[in-house]
Design a binder for this molecule. Structure first.
Ligand code: HEM
Length: 505
């Protein structure tokens, strides 16, 4: 067990504890996993807008689940500066009260990252990453996503020959892979490091015995990437982060801080995009009216995705926020270091929001699925996340029309929805795709709707392995006005082995 920390992060002794309610409602177990929405609804009706909960059997991981939209927003905006996202304020953790080895404990590890910082430090740690993301040329990024999506769809038919009826697990073969491949490409990873990083991320998130070793391996890969791009910048996000880091007015970040931010972008971006793709596929396959409207273009894919943000948010609970001083929450006295859990998954069932929002859920984007306040998903990251998900879904709907669930919805197994809510597998069935679809053997399909040099044109050697979704940062660090505009850079290299290798679960 870790040595208990007896002082708060600002060096004061922890104040006397507020007492916890006698009864903690279980936020675990099969009923909760299968149908958290009915569960939240019952809690709201029988307990109230804030519910004292435990996240596992021993009741050691406990917090106040907030299921009311307005109170959620108040905590996230944090205008009274009571709440922090720095887990060193989590008193039960600091005092060593959490059960060793529980998979959720990794969520509470402090990292020298914007996620665990506040105020000026948060702004400093966020700067280079946000500015680099804002450099992305979204049209070209869309090309990249389409190309990777097509490679993945081609890989459903290893010999290029679809059967009359085809069945695959769309979560494993597509939703888990596409966002990670895109993010690894945008950060400028070489294929061989991306292979190792992909395996390490899978293992780290599996909660298996090797998770800790995988996390360490990933950290080494991220720092190698930062070092490599410092010496040899290219047309990628990490090189732009170096550029803004060296040319900004703030104190430059260390290599370690830069690599933490890249880690955060890949892990956070991948997790939420995967779940959003998966949940939208499921919604469209089970909500006939919505699917018909999407197919008939009465509803855009964006609108279908917005609906899912309300009804089955990719991130279900923000675990958590910690009180830096005693306060009141929904009638409960909260002590310094107690945890609030923002139940985003419960918002769609909030009667107040249902009254104003759910009828228009395709267009009303007042949901909190992106978070809010300082720690809300930053604007350029949202734009990228939505692009990955929309493009991925549009390619699926274009190339595999008539896709349907291969098992009844009630037979899907659900992972514990503490943070993300996804089935453990999403088997789908679809007929032979139309004959003129790309099949991976033809060269023609690499030319997308955006003009690119013809395949026969030689690609200059220095451009062969660059990705055309952003320009290269200027070599000489300078202030504004010297950035080169992005320009066409030739065909994207295919990641054949990466797509083919993907570990099957
Ligand atoms: C695709 C759908 C996405 C959703 C639904 C989503 C959702 C969220 C949410 C709810 C938070 C708030 C976390 C909290 O308050 O504790 C967040 C934060 C964050 N997201 Fe996203 N995200 C998405 C995509 C992405 C992508 C693609 C990236 C990066 C490339 C990204 C980078 C981040 C970062 C860096 C933060 C931390 C912000 C901070 O603490 O200052 N997200 N995201």
């Amino acid at each position: 067990m870790a040595t208990p920390v007896t002082l708060t992060p600002v060096g004061d002794p922890w104040p006397e504890r507020s007492s916890w309610p006698d009864h903690l409602y279980p936020l675990h177990g099969p009923d909760f996993a299968r149908d958290p929405f009915t569960y939240y609804d019952n809690l709201r009706r029988h307990v109230g807008p804030v519910v004292p909960v435990s996240l596992e059997e021993s009741h050691s991981i406990r917090g106040y689940l907030v299921i009311d939209h307005a109170i959620q927003l108040d905590i996230l905006r944090n205008q009274r500066q009571i709440w922090t996202r720095d887990p060193r304020w989590y008193r039960d953790l600091a005092e060593g009260a959490l059960p060793a080895g529980h998979p959720l404990i990794a969520q509470f590890a402090y990292r020298r990252s914007r996620l665990c910082s506040e105020g000026a430090e948060h702004a400093q740690l966020s700067g280079p990453g946000n500015k680099a993301l804002a450099r992305l040329d979204m049209l070209r990024t869309r090309d990249l996503i389409e190309e990777l999506a097509d490679q993945l769809i081609d890989s459903f038919f290893p010999d290029g020959q679809p059967a009359d009826v085809n069945e695959i697990d769309i979560l494993d073969r597509y939703a888990l892979q596409l966002p990670l491949l895109v993010l690894m490409r945008l950060t400028g990873m070489e294929e061989h490091s991306a292979l190792t990083a992909g395996t390490a991320i899978q293992e780290m998130l599996s909660g298996s015995a090797g998770a800790q070793r995988a996390a360490e391996e990933l950290a080494v890969l991220m720092s190698d990437l930062v070092e490599h791009k410092r010496k040899e910048p290219g047309a990628d996000l990490v090189s732009w982060m170096h550029h803004y880091n060296a040319s900004g007015e703030a104190e430059p970040l260390t290599a370690r801080e830069l690599s933490e931010d890249i880690w955060l972008q890949i892990v956070a971006g991948r997790g939420a995009s995967t779940t959003w793709i998966c949940n939208t596929v499921l919604e469209l396959m089970t909500n006939e009216r919505l699917n018909e409207d999407v197919i008939a273009a009465r509803c855009s894919m964006d609108q279908a995705m917005n609906h899912v943000m309300w009804t089955n948010a990719p991130i279900q609970n923000l675990i958590g926020r910690w009180a830096t001083e005693p306060t009141w929450l929904g009638g409960y006295r909260i002590g310094t270091g107690d945890m609030a859990i923002i139940g985003l998954g419960a918002s769609g069932a909030d009667p107040a929001m249902r009254a104003v929002g759910l009828d228009t859920s395709r267009t009303n984007n007042a949901h909190l699925a992106w978070g809010a306040g300082t720690h809300g998903c930053p604007a350029p990251a949202r734009e990228l996340g939505a692009l990955i998900v929309r493009t991925g879904l549009e390619r699926l709907w274009d190339r595999l029309p008539h896709m349907e669930l291969a098992v009844p919805e009630e037979r899907l197994d659900w992972a514990m929805p503490h943070i993300a809510r996804m089935p453990t597998a999403l088997p789908v069935r679809f007929p032979r795709p139309p004959a003129d679809q790309p099949n991976g053997e033809s060269e023609e399909w690499t030319v997308t709707s955006t003009p690119r040099p013809a395949a026969t044109e030689p690609i200059p050697p220095q451009q062969q392995h660059t990705s055309p979704f952003t320009s290269s940062p200027p070599r000489t660090i300078s202030t504004a006005g010297k950035d080169e505009p992005s320009g066409p850079r030739g065909l994207l290299p295919r990641w054949r082995s990466l797509v083919a290798w993907w570990p099957k679960r």
